[in-house]
Write a protein that binds this ligand. Sequence first.
Ligand SMILES: CC(C)(COP(=O)(O)OP(=O)(O)OC[C@H]1O[C@@H](n2cnc3c(N)ncnc32)[C@H](O)[C@@H]1OP(=O)(O)O)[C@@H](O)C(=O)NCCC(=O)NCCS
Length: 262
Amino acid sequence: MAFGLQVNPAMSSSLSNPAPANPAPCNPAIDVRYVLTHDAGDDEYARLLPQLNPDDRARAARFLLLKDRIAFAAGRILVRRLLSQHAPEPASGWQLTQNAFGKPALAPHPGLPDLRFNVSHTKGVVAAALTFGREIGIDVESLDHPVDFLEIARSQFSFVEVELLESLAKQNQRDAFFALWTLKEAWTKARGAGLSIPLSDFAFTLDPLGICFSPQLAEDPHAWFFLRDRISPTLQLAIAAHRRPHERLTCSKHEVPLTDLF
Ligand SMILES: CC(C)(COP(=O)(O)OP(=O)(O)OC[C@H]1O[C@@H](n2cnc3c(N)ncnc32)[C@H](O)[C@@H]1OP(=O)(O)O)[C@@H](O)C(=O)NCCC(=O)NCCS
């Protein structure tokens, strides 16, 4: 927990409830849902497919690997269901668009709240974060990833972060690397430009959790909330969300059973 974010304990949550009749348009809250997909295979994919619109079905079919098709399909369905929990529009009714860097967003829906969302997937999990009227980014990574993390940090992170990692005992470096990586990716996704922003142009501290920016980015560190959390012992999660002065965001995190998406 950091910068005033409160995290509710993970619990199973259904996405089949209808949207509240009067959704709060400016509730400074972040709703995070995730689906575990470890056990999903051909049968589960076949049950996800009918929930996709024709464009997304065609896009899903272009992925070579079944796990990537499942991740994309589950992410799209999860987002649509989540949007429909916060505004009175059926899941199939939302029009999505994307920015020049590929960040999906809602097309303008006059009369409905300004809902913003972001999606992330990695081995065995798909996660989505939704909020109102502010930029948001989410990243999930598996700590099992067989990567030379110090090498990646030295070539891509800021020198402050490399120093932080090198100062830690060996057994703590992997966890710290993935905490930094997910925070960094979540922030670039909140900004909407993804990894086109050089990862060495900003630096996180982990204890306390905080960020500083190079002058080129012209960003105010106080204008951002961050959350660093785990979905399971091997799945790291990070959220970045824009924050107005003196605002306190709350964040809830719920697991959604894969079968809820069928
Ligand atoms: C955004 C990015 C970091 C995601 O990397 P990844 O390894 O696929 O990571 P994740 O699983 O966490 O995120 C994937 C999801 O992020 C979302 N996303 C895509 N581009 C995004 C962006 N620019 N900003 C925020 N979110 C983005 C999508 O929902 C995507 O899932 P989907 O394709 O299934 O809908 C990477 O794709 C990137 O840096 N893109 C921008 C690079 C660029 O300059 N593109 C220009 C040409 S379009």
